[in-house]
Design a protein around this ligand. Structure first.
Ligand SMILES: Cc1cc2nc3c(=O)[nH]c(=O)nc-3n(C[C@H](O)[C@H](O)[C@H](O)COP(=O)(O)O)c2cc1C
Length: 387
């Protein structure tokens, strides 16, 4: 007769463990909660956009766009422009400042400058596919030259005391999806966390979702691994946590499409219901963003250009946004005109939300729908200026 204890019953198939993290992750001693990071985005995530996201909430960490290490070290006009791009508010904590480049000493010097500016974390870009960065052997081209990548990490690690992180893709191309190995070597050199975008450099912004390398890195590393790529809402965030076991998620384009994305993910993590947003609140936030841009940019054209860039994504997250708002906003010749179009759209939207099914009709084109406009990410990538 058996005397050993019976095995406990298998958990019922309906009990699925929650994929949501319950603890902050730590970039060395810096706690990140919620474990949701606003991605660095060149020409987007400057002070103004990051203020917008911080005002809404949901980001445990914000990042500057990449800064060229060689430019940071210069004096004069270029340095001034870069310093302007790198600005952050005193209370924007924690803040990660990203640098890119190919010369270890240059990167080390740039990291010292960034540390002196007050960055909480220095981040090295090893993910950018743009020609501007890669032709300089920086960004994702470092994934194809692991020796140089590690030399850079070593030099930067020796140069600064603040925590150091690296952002990479899953590989340079499909024949070399080496993110787990590179990430592990970074960890051995003293890097405190890594972010992995599941696409390879060759994928640019296409490709089939494949998060296996994020999961593999997570299994091999003891430092936090942050999952990135197409996290655009609560469901995709849940899937990233569930499929990879990552410590946190990073949100890029989804934050332009819907600036409340990070907050909604935070609320889901904390077991709170989603925030319900109406036309009035969206209008208030959007027009506040435009006013902030006008205050920050010396020239109206600068503010308007930046506003249109974000709005080309934002309209996609709004009911009838593509048909009723995109065209007028993108054609506006002044900030005042853009604001008028937004007010008109939101007034109609409020009526529609209040139950008038015809309220949007005056704003919708009468004829057949316009052909879809080029995706700004594709445009940016075709221009090879964005990551
Ligand atoms: C307009 C734009 C600019 C970007 N600039 C940077 C950058 O400066 N540094 C960087 O590491 N990644 C940059 N990226 C890549 C994003 O940080 C992120 O890895 C990528 O968009 C995938 O995340 P998503 O699917 O949530 O957008 C940029 C992406 C976009 C769309």
């Amino acid at each position: 007769m058996r005397t050993d204890p019976l095995p406990s019953p298998a958990p019922s198939s309906t009990e699925v463990a929650s994929p949501w993290p319950t603890q902050p992750y730590f970039v060395r001693e810096v706690p990140i909660w919620p474990p949701v990071v606003l991605a660095p985005m060149e020409g987007v995530t400057d002070l103004t956009f990051r203020r917008l996201i911080r005002q809404i909430g949901g980001a445990g960490l914000t990042c500057t766009e990449f800064l060229p290490s060689e430019g940071l070290r210069q004096t004069g006009g270029q340095r001034g422009r870069i310093a302007w791009t790198a600005q952050f508010d005193d209370d924007e904590r924690p803040i990660s400042v990203q640098i890119y480049g190919k010369r270890p000493e240059g990167m080390a010097e740039a990291a010292r400058i960034v540390e002196a500016m007050g960055a909480t974390i220095v981040d090295i870009n090893m993910g950018c596919p743009s020609k501007k960065v890669c032709s300089n052997s920086g960004g994702s081209s470092l994934m194809a030259d692991m020796g140089l990548a590690i030399e850079i990490v070593r030099a930067v690690r020796a140069a600064v005391r603040v925590p150091l992180t690296v952002k990479m893709r899953s590989g340079f191309d499909h024949s070399a999806r080496n993110a787990p190995e590179l990430a592990w070597r970074c960890q051995e050199e003293g890097v405190d966390a890594v972010t992995i975008h599941w696409r390879t450099r060759a994928d640019l912004y296409g490709g089939q979702r494949a998060v296996d390398k994020i999961a593999e890195a997570r299994a091999r590393l003891s430092i936090p691994v942050i999952g990135n790529g197409d996290v655009i809402d609560v469901d995709s965030a849940r899937r990233m946590f569930a499929d990879t076991g990552c410590a946190g998620v990073m949100v890029g384009r989804g934050a332009m499409r819907d600036p409340w994305t990070l907050l909604q993910i935070q609320r889901a993590i904390e077991g709170k219901p989603a925030v319900q947003l109406g036309a009035a609140e969206k209008e208030r936030v959007l027009l506040g963003f435009l006013a902030d841009l006008q205050a920050r940019f010396l020239r109206e054209s600068g503010a308007l250009g930046r506003f249109k860039k974000v709005c080309s994504h934002f309209v996609r997250g709004l009911p009838f946004g593509e048909e009723a708002l995109r065209g007028p906003l993108l054609r506006a010749e002044s900030a005042a005109e853009a604001a008028d179009h937004a007010r008109r759209y939101f007034a109609h939207l409020a009526a529609w939300e209040a139950g008038d099914p015809e309220a949007m009709r005056p704003l919708l084109p009468a004829g057949p729908p316009e052909p879809p406009q080029a995706n700004t990410d594709d445009e940016a990538l075709a221009g090879a200026e964005a990551c």
